[in-house]
Design a protein around this ligand. Structure first.
Ligand code: SME
Length: 147
C-alpha cells in the first residue's frame, strides 16, 4: 500500500496555485485513488449552500446534495469529518453505489467556511481509520488555499 506520507508528498508536488481549481482537484482525486480498498473518491463543491459533484474517480455519482442530507450534507452542516463504518447504519445515507459499505467525508474549510468536501467510499465495512482521517484532513488543509 502507498503510505500516507507518500500520498501527501505527491499531492504537495502536484498542486499548482496558478492553474484552475478543477485541474488541481482532478489530479488530487487521481492520487487519492491509490488508497487501498476504495471504490470511489472525489470532491463535492459548494455553491449557494448546496453540494455539487466535482472531480472524482469511480462510478457515476449523485450530482446534487442539499445541506444536511446524507453523510456529505451532514459533514457540510457540522463542518467536521464524519467516518461511517457501516453505511446501512447511517440514517439518511445517500447510496450512490450499492458497492459502498463504509465512507469518510472531510470538509475543506477556508476562513471558517466549508468550500468543498472530500468523499471516499469503500466496498468493505469499517474501512476508514483515524490515520485516514488525519491523511484526508491534511489534504484538505493543503487544498483550502486554492479556494
Ligand atoms: N454517500 C454520500 C453521497 C455521495 S456518494 O457516496 C459519492 C452521502 O450519503 O452523502
Amino acid at each position: 500500500m502507498k503510505n500516507n506520507k507518500l500520498l501527501v508528498a505527491q499531492i504537495k508536488n502536484i498542486i499548482d496555485p496558478n492553474i484552475p481549481l478543477v485541474s488541481n482537484l482532478s489530479n488530487v482525486s487521481s492520487i487519492l485513488n491509490q488508497m487501498e480498498n476504495i471504490n470511489w473518491v472525489g470532491f463535492y463543491l459548494i455553491q449557494n449552500d448546496t453540494l455539487y459533484l466535482g472531480p472524482f474517480q469511480g462510478d457515476v455519482a449523485c450530482t446534487i446534495i442539499p445541506k444536511g442530507k446524507g453523510v456529505c450534507g451532514t459533514s457540510f452542516e457540522k463542518k467536521e469529518t464524519i467516518i461511517v463504518p457501516n453505511v446501512n447504519e447511517f440514517k439518511g445515507h445517500i447510496a450512490c453505489s450499492s458497492l459502498s459499505k463504509s465512507e469518510i467525508v472531510v470538509p475543506i474549510i477556508k476562513n471558517g467556511e466549508v468550500k468543498a468536501l472530500i468523499d471516499v467510499d469503500a466496498p468493505i465495512f469499517d474501512r476508514f481509520s483515524i490515520e485516514d482521517k488525519l491523511l484526508l484532513e491534511e489534504v484538505a488543509s493543503l487544498l483550502a488555499p486554492l479556494f
